[in-house]
Design a binder for this molecule. Structure first.
Ligand code: GAL
Length: 425
């Protein structure tokens, strides 16, 4: 039905193109490009672009008459894209759909009236039944849903080069019990001559590593309490995390500040580091480098976070004032379809948000993520917009980034407390 509607829209648009040729009217010009959809993401290159391409290929299959305009802005975790998007929204020049993280980050766009309510789209398409209830809950603000998730990523994953560990006499299959035990192995690796035991990248990857350490020490409840003020940012657990994080930095590559996530993960793929803490978009990088799970690399929940799934979801919106609203809804249809989610997630390393996916269709790593998401305690990722609004996570990110150069633990705790006070009032 949707395909047919969009075909009719396509034919209508062709007619308008012809009309537009002989007319100088602004309306006709606008109508002439009706049959396209401009989609804004940060999946501009490498394995992330491969993921987006898989999704757009499925879109082309479902809606062959709509031209896909790729408005991706490079930079992991939206490090450049979010500012570029903000300028476009500010200038009333929204794309037809943009990528945003489900959870707190989305509430910024909702509060600013920049995204449309998609609740009736959910009912029309049966999405209220296709996605798990707790995900729907995370997407719902004041009874309304404003975005369509394309996937679920896990952010507390440690990627391990098995050979590098074996050479140092460390069993790669055995995850250390906690961060302290992991620090012992990192030292062992360093002492065996591995210059960079832990691969690390730019500021947001540092914040993600810090987030993992916080979860390891505070547990699911304590970590979640950071976002509503029930866990204090100068508590012993946070201070211990800052100290351990500082020790972890001592095992990282010295050029970390200048590397995006893919360059940091590549150090492990190349066998020049033992570990990298990264969301499971790294799975796409490993498989696209022809690495075999369980042989050349393996993964565990970051030490101390076993039994916890640090959650984030990429989701797509319908901005207020989207120039091609019908085509944008068609895009959202593909994003939410079983076929779209399968094509995308197989390439992206993430797992489908839909409950009707069959784990047997997915490779070994994703099967572990599917099991964990189903059985473990789910917490919200800080570095990927699920836990805190943009302003708060930006403050934390700056504080963690500064710590990367001054390593002053007291200053970091002070800055974290100040950021929480500002955010929570
Ligand atoms: C996350 C995003 C992922 C992946 C990652 C690295 O924020 O949700 O899909 O793209 O950034 O860029």
């Amino acid at each position: 039905m949707r395909k047919r509607l969009s075909l009719i829209a396509g034919i209508a648009a062709v007619g308008l193109v012809l009309t537009g040729c002989s007319s100088s009217g602004g309306d006709d010009e606008k109508a002439s490009d009706k049959n396209q959809v401009e989609v804004f993401t940060w999946w501009a290159s490498g394995s992330e672009k491969v993921g987006l391409d898989a999704l757009t290929a499925e879109f082309a299959k479902q809606f062959p008459d709509i031209e896909f305009i790729n408005a991706a802005v490079a930079g992991g975790a939206g490090s450049n894209a979010k500012a570029a998007l903000a300028s476009r929204l500010e200038a009333d020049n929204p794309p037809d759909s943009f990528q945003a993280h489900a959870g707190a980050e989305l509430s910024d766009y909702i509060a600013a009236d920049q995204v449309q309510d998609l609740s009736s789209f959910y009912t029309d398409q049966g999405l209220d039944k296709a996605f798990p209830a707790d995900l729907i809950e995370r997407l719902t603000v004041d009874g309304k849903i404003y975005s369509v998730p394309s996937n679920i990523h896990r952010a507390n994953v440690t990627w391990v080069n098995t050979e590098v560990l074996k050479k140092a006499g460390i069993d790669p299959e055995k995850a250390p019990a906690d961060i302290d035990a992991w620090l012992v192995d990192l030292k062992k690796l360093k002492d065996s001559g591995v210059e960079t035991p832990l691969a690390l990248g730019t500021e947001w990857t540092q914040m993600q590593l810090f987030e993992n350490v916080l979860i390891a020490n505070l547990g699911a409840e304590g970590y979640s309490g950071l976002w509503d003020g029930t866990t204090k940012w100068d508590s012993d657990g946070v201070k211990k995390s800052v100290d351990q994080y500082s020790q972890l930095l001592g095992y990282a590559n010295s050029d970390f500040a200048g590397l995006d996530w893919d360059a940091a993960t590549q150090i492990v793929i190349d066998g020049n580091a033992g570990y990298n803490v990264m969301g499971d978009w790294a799975e796409a990088a490993f498989t696209q480098a022809s690495q075999t799970y369980g042989t050349e690399y393996t993964t565990w929940a970051t030490p101390g976070t076993e039994g916890i799934f640090d959650f984030l979801a990429d989701s797509f919106t319908l901005p207020v004032g989207a120039p091609h609203e019908t085509a944008a809804k068609d895009w959202l249809t593909t994003v939410s379809s079983a076929e779209g989610q399968k094509a995308f997630n197989l390439a992206k390393g993430s797992i489908p948000a839909r409950t009707d996916a069959d784990p047997a269709d997915y490779p070994a790593y994703q099967q572990t993520a599917m099991k964990s998401f189903k059985e473990d305690t789910v917490v919200s990722s800080l570095a990927h917009g699920a836990a805190a609004p943009v302003a708060w996570s930006t403050d934390i990110s700056s504080a963690v980034g500064k710590f990367g150069t001054d390593t002053n633990q007291d200053s970091l705790v002070t800055a974290l407390v100040a950021a929480a006070d500002k955010a929570l009032g």
